[in-house]
Design a protein around this ligand. Structure first.
Ligand code: URP
Ligand code: ZN
Ligand code: ZN
Length: 465
């Protein structure tokens, strides 16, 4: 199958130039000046007036995740179809080593969830709930399987929290093996005390999720994770960074030359603590905005945008972890601490971030870098993924900067009964999305013959930045 994407403007993390792009056998085969004769194409897409970019890579999703007494409402089928509609062609999800269990068993469980279901390519990080000698030993096997990054939590005591000694040992081991430790860096033990105290005072509403997880808890966790990584002499990647002071810790570390990396998420750039307060007369609506770390007051937005512009933040991932309001978020109707944590987002990342381009907050090249190229490089998928280059996987997003869309639960494809962005008009949308050379979405319609199971597992390389 030979496809020609003609008359478009190619945008990569570094360059913007006019070119026709040819796709063949699932790969990018050629980039040539507009109109260059290269024989016949089986299929042609006219991209005049549009941008041709690498497909998005979402390095932080939770499909089919058992969490907070329920399971995230998108599975690998529905979630990846939604991702593709929004311009994302690869996700990296999280397998979990259950406490007392092996990583192997956790990985097999997550292979079982994704295989035969995912519509686009996928990889896994491994959530480590223990770093005992056998787990440290097992990390080598995970890396051989292409699971080259590990998430550890300073939060969620009794569920995911691991102590500093375990984090430090895992970091040292990752360093030996070429793996990367990623950190959820809120200090969970005092947070739990604050939660109990708030409940004892009768505070039940969703906004108390934020009021019991203050910014300082994330800043301190971030500083501690960076210190542990410095002592271990390894890189560290902060997931879902939400706040100014946590970012300042990252900036300080990077200014000292440490290999500290961080991602933020659209919800921390576009939503705020005000959303958690709900609407007048209905504070419960705030439950749809409960995620962890919590949404912060609006003034944090500018700091995070500046971090993206200045290369202190490298990635925007979504932390897509949807729960329906009905039956799921409702588990915490009378107790904010029982509201399952997470927001839907795998489909809306490009729509929202493009507003940042239009408003001059980031360039188009930076847009491509934070949504695709940087996660590909940091997580061992480059140059197979993350660029429009000859020989790369033909994961291509043709972006129409003029196409309009109203975001909402009925116009998006995620399996969740609300949208945090209901009614928001965006300008700029995918016109065509290719996954390994196959046109999967065109003008918001799934067009490929196959959906379920067409995604392939990505065996990722070790950390090499
Ligand atoms: O609220 C969130 N972020 N849910 C998913 C779990 C996590 O910590 O990433
Ligand atoms: Zn987390
Ligand atoms: Zn997450």
């Amino acid at each position: 199958m030979r496809t020609q994407i003609k008359n478009g403007t190619v945008v990569t993390a570094s360059d913007t130039f006019p070119a026709d792009v040819w796709l063949e056998n699932g790969k990018v085969a050629a980039l040539v000046a507009h109109g260059t004769e290269l024989g016949t194409a089986d299929h042609t897409v006219d991209a005049a007036g549009k941008y041709v970019m690498p497909g998005g890579i979402d390095a932080h999703t939770h499909m089919d995740l058992p969490f907070g007494g329920t399971t995230s409402s998108d599975d690998f089928y529905t979630g990846t179809v939604a991702a593709a509609h929004g311009g994302t062609t690869t996700i990296v999800d999280f397998a979990i080593q259950s406490k007392g269990g092996s990583m192997r068993a956790g990985l097999d469980t997550w292979f079982g969830k994704a295989e035969g279901k995912a519509a686009i390519d996928y990889g896994f990080h491994m959530i480590m709930t223990e770093a005992n000698p056998s787990a440290l030993e097992e990390m080598a096997g995970m890396i051989r399987e292409g699971i080259t990054s590990f998430k550890m939590f300073m939060a969620y005591p009794g569920v995911f929290l691991v102590d500093d000694q375990q984090i430090f040992r895992a970091m040292q081991r990752a360093g030996e093996l070429g793996g990367l430790i990623t950190m959820h860096a809120e200090i969970g033990l005092p947070i739990d005390v604050m939660v109990q105290q708030a409940l004892a005072k009768g505070h039940r509403a969703p906004v108390y999720h934020a009021l019991t997880r203050p910014e300082v808890a994330e800043a301190t966790g971030t500083e501690r994770a960076i210190a542990l990584a410095e002592m271990a002499g390894v890189p560290v990647y902060m997931v879902h960074l939400s706040a100014q002071r946590a970012l300042e810790r990252v900036c300080e570390a990077r200014d000292r030359g440490l290999p500290t990396y961080a991602e933020t998420c659209p919800q921390y750039l576009f939503c705020s603590e005000d959303d958690l307060r709900g609407v007048p007369g209905d504070e419960w609506q705030g439950a749809g905005y409960v995620c962890t770390p919590p949404l912060r007051p609006k003034h944090h937005h500018d700091h995070l945008w500046r971090g993206l512009r200045n290369y202190d933040l490298q990635v925007v991932a979504t932390d897509h972890c949807p729960f329906c309001m009905k039956d799921q978020k409702e588990l915490g109707k009378n107790d904010f601490s029982k509201i399952p944590n997470g927001m839907p987002g795998v489909e809306t990342r490009h729509y929202l971030l493009w507003e940042g381009v239009v408003q001059g907050k980031i360039s188009m090249n930076r847009f491509v870098e934070i949504t695709s190229t940087a996660p590909a490089k940091i997580f061992g998928m480059y140059p197979k993924k993350g660029s429009i280059a000859v020989g790369a996987d033909a994961d291509v997003l043709v972006w129409d900067p003029k196409r309009e869309k109203i975001l909402g639960k009925d116009t998006l494809h995620m399996r969740v009964d609300y949208s945090p962005f209901e009614g928001r008009k965006v300008v700029g949308a995918p016109a065509a999305v290719f996954s390994r050379g196959e046109l999967v979405v065109e003008n918001d319609v799934w067009v490929a013959n196959r959906q379920q199971g067409r995604g392939q597992f990505i065996r990722r390389g070790t950390f090499s930045l």
